[in-house]
Design a protein around this ligand. Structure first.
Ligand code: LAN
Length: 724
């Protein structure tokens, strides 16, 4: 056990139940359940150390040949598959999600109904991720911030940790030393207001009125923004519109003293600090335009209150609620993500009451987000990464060519791909600013249902490579369904840029970034076209066209050509591609080069492909592998890991990139493969190293299956290519 780890005595045994991708952890009494291999694996301590120290005597291949090592890696990985066919994994990382949930559970009174086993595991998680300086980061590997520290401190207190717990004392000291909670970014201030721990005049206004603007209205109509941004601000604006605030109680009164100093709450300079954000948290400083806008909006708020002018506000609140209820109903109350999940739930609590079916349905779906692992119970960044991992896993496994040894696993994976495809559009799409969904694959489950361009691409590719196996039934995911997924990808293609964004078309200009109110994140206002999303769609369309040449032939050809051109525009001067959804240039460059390879471009016949390879080669570390730091995502330049060691996931992406465009430097590839073989563990698994996913440039997110999927894929491609 690590120093400082809180040990919680628990006479319970945790069971993971899965059903059509839905993952629920339940505490049972000892003796009621015998833990499975998967459960034990998940709950066993992983290294997860950003500065791993490897025992040199263990840095040797554990198996007699590359083929044997691949087979063992596959055998191990397949033992982790769940009954419904997906690979379950840890999708934690961000440190602001669990607090948000705990606040809402506390305000709505639901927290008191939670079993103690959950509460103690949540507390364990929080305290486990406290940094040495007493603070908490935006994510588990991040430096301490005011946002991370305040949210986790308050959450720990609401979960029952006493104020004088040494960890809590340290957290408060961090806050005092760094200027206190008035330096919170908008989201932190918002949460404190809902708990009656801050005055609403300290928050940059979040009015619901913009939702009343007509659809043609440029820039400011939220329907044109990136879906995650707009739905988070939708429910925030509802709560802000009604100033939803919990009644003060003994604990909250004490928290006011703890956060501001005894008796100091009422003398805080709220208004002056409205737009102030502590530099520790300020990844994306606000623009002058934004600051002027907030002053105008603050005056508007003042006027509404002073003159009791609630006519427009009430209308706007009602309209926002209508949109919230639509999002709830169309996602089976899972909601698109963990932030709007909890704020929607709070909105419904205020609008419909705790006994309403709408609220109760929300409570039922909280568990979909809760994930237990060796470090405690967290709220995940999504309701899981089921389809995404399964689609990659299927392609990686098929790539090894060892498919006859894994028939049951691939049949189950095919089943998961089958049941998770989205089969219908949501109702009333234009009114609720929704794109088509029918035929798309989601990131997690069909119940969630939001369509994503690259998940559709990877889902389709998984279906196609599995259907190439003679024992897979092609009628299950029939041709019509494959075509529907192609329709989705074609509909999501942006003619203006030639690339694909994540969930929808890019709907307006990046100028809206000037009013990005969330200091924590960059580039969240519109759905930007991305290298990865585009590459998944391009490779999927090419693969589809090879098998079904007649379907929308000309359009596909035109769009794929344009997609490749788009990728060329995204190549950086140094030769690599920035990856926005994982770390970073290794990931982006793999995606781009895989499209080149599928399109017929390679090291010999294309300069851009050659530059991509040379870029990767220039980043190879002395140990033979690649190991990129997440600071690449933050700074937009390639950053080597401070400890100098490679990571298995970065190494695999680099190898896949090089091999997909036939990089002729075999020695370079051999050294990378050797690193993978040396790092492999004796049971076939690979070590969990630094965190590998990211969003919005600043926040990291775990993809725990990547450490198996990508080494298997790279080893598999190597076996196919070099037959050794
Ligand atoms: C995800 C997860 C999946 C990811 C990929 C499919 C991998 C990517 O290629 C496209 C973007 C997407 C869909 C994506 C976008 C941002 C998400 C939804 C997340 C990283 C998971 C969590 C994150 C979401 C924004 C977290 C909630 C926080 C807010 C700032 C609203």
């Amino acid at each position: 056990m690590e120093p400082g780890l809180v040990d919680v005595e628990e006479p319970v045994v945790w069971k993971l139940e899965v059903n059509n991708g839905r993952q629920i952890w339940t505490p049972l009494k000892e003796g009621e359940h015998k833990q499975t291999f998967l459960e034990q694996h998940i709950l066993t301590k992983k290294s997860n150390d950003p500065n791993p120290k490897y025992d040199p005597s263990e840095q040797v291949p554990k198996f007699s040949s590359t083929k044997q090592a691949t087979q063992e890696a596959v055998n191990f990985f397949n033992k982790l598959q769940t009954e419904d066919g997906h690979w379950a994994g840890d999708y934690g990382g961000p440190m602001f999600l669990l607090p948000g949930l705990i606040f809402v559970l506390y305000i709505t009174g639901v927290l008191t109904t939670f079993k103690k086993a959950y509460i103690s595991q949540m507390l364990r998680y929080i305290l486990n991720h406290q940094n040495e300086d007493g603070g908490y980061g935006l994510h588990i590997e991040g430096h301490s911030t005011i946002f991370g520290t305040t949210l986790n401190y308050v959450a720990a207190r609401l979960l029952g940790a006493p104020a004088d717990l040494p960890q809590n004392v340290k957290a408060r000291q961090f806050l005092t030393k760094n200027g206190g909670v008035l330096g919170l970014p908008q989201w932190g201030k918002f949460y404190l207001c809902t708990l009656n721990l801050m005055d609403w005049t300290c928050v940059d206004p979040i009015p619901p009125e913009p939702w009343l603007l007509p659809n043609w209205f440029p820039l400011l109509q939220p329907g044109k923004w990136w879906c995650h941004c707009r739905v988070v601000y939708l429910s925030m604006s509802y709560i802000y519109g009604i100033k939803g605030t919990m009644k003060l109680n003994f604990l909250l009164t004490s928290l006011r003293d703890e956060l501001y100093g005894a008796g100091m709450y009422h003398s805080q300079p709220w208004r002056i600090n409205m737009s102030y954000v502590n530099p520790l948290d300020n990844y994306n400083p606000s623009s002058l335009i934004f600051r002027i806008l907030t002053i105008i909006l603050a005056i508007y708020e003042y006027v509404i209150k002073k003159f009791n002018l609630y006519f427009l506000r009430n209308k706007a609140n009602e309209n926002a609620l209508d949109h919230i209820l639509h999002e709830d109903a169309t996602t089976n109350h899972i909601c698109i993500g963990p932030v709007n999940k909890v704020i929607n739930m709070l909105s419904v609590y205020y609008a419909k009451g705790p006994d309403s079916p709408e609220f109760k349905s929300h409570v039922e779906r909280i568990y979909d987000y809760l994930w237990l692992s060796d470090d405690g119970m967290k709220m995940q960044g999504y309701n899981g990464s089921q389809l995404w991992d399964t689609a990659f896993a299927s392609q990686a496994l098929v790539e090894t060519g060892l498919t006859s040894s894994m028939k049951p696993a691939l049949l189950k994976a095919y089943h998961y791909v089958d049941i998770s495809q989205v089969r219908e559009d949501v109702d009333n799409m234009p009114k609720y600013h929704r794109h088509i969904s029918k035929g798309a694959w989601p990131f997690s489950t069909r119940d969630h249902g939001w369509p994503i361009s690259d998940c559709t691409g990877e889902g389709l590719k998984a279906a196609l490579v599995l259907q190439d196996l003679e024992w897979i039934n092609r009628d299950t995911i029939n041709q019509q369904r494959l075509c529907e997924s192609v329709d989705v990808m074609l509909s999501m293609w942006n003619e203006s840029s030639g690339g694909w964004a994540s969930y929808e078309l890019t709907r307006t200009s990046a100028l809206v970034e000037y009013i990005n109110p969330a200091a924590l994140f960059g580039e969240i206002m519109i759905d930007y076209p991305h290298t990865e999303c585009s590459s998944s769609c391009i490779t999927a369309l090419i693969m589809f066209q090879k098998r079904y040449p007649n379907y929308r032939q000309k359009e596909i050809k035109k769009i794929v050509d344009a997609g490749i051109k788009f990728l060329r525009t995204k190549q950086m001067k140094e030769g690599g591609w920035y990856g926005g959804w994982a770390v970073c240039f290794c990931y982006g460059t793999w995606f781009a080069l895989s499209s080149y390879g599928a399109y017929g471009l390679n090291y010999e016949n294309d300069v851009s492909a050659r530059n991509g390879c040379d870029f990767l080669k220039s980043k190879q570390l002395p140990d033979g592998g690649w190991g990129e730091s997440y600071m690449s995502n933050v700074t937009h330049t390639y950053v080597q890991p401070s400890h100098g060691n490679s990571h298995v996931v970065s190494t695999s992406w680099a190898l896949l990139g090089l091999m997909s465009v036939d990089c002729p430097d075999k020695e370079c590839i051999d050294r990378g493969i050797k690193l993978l073989l040396n790092r492999q563990l004796r049971n076939g698994d690979f070590p969990q190293e630094s965190i590998s996913g990211v969003f919005n440039h600043s926040c990291m997110i775990s993809y725990s299956n990547y450490r198996n999927i990508f080494p298997i894929w790279a080893l598999g491609m190597y076996l196919q290519k070099y037959k050794e």
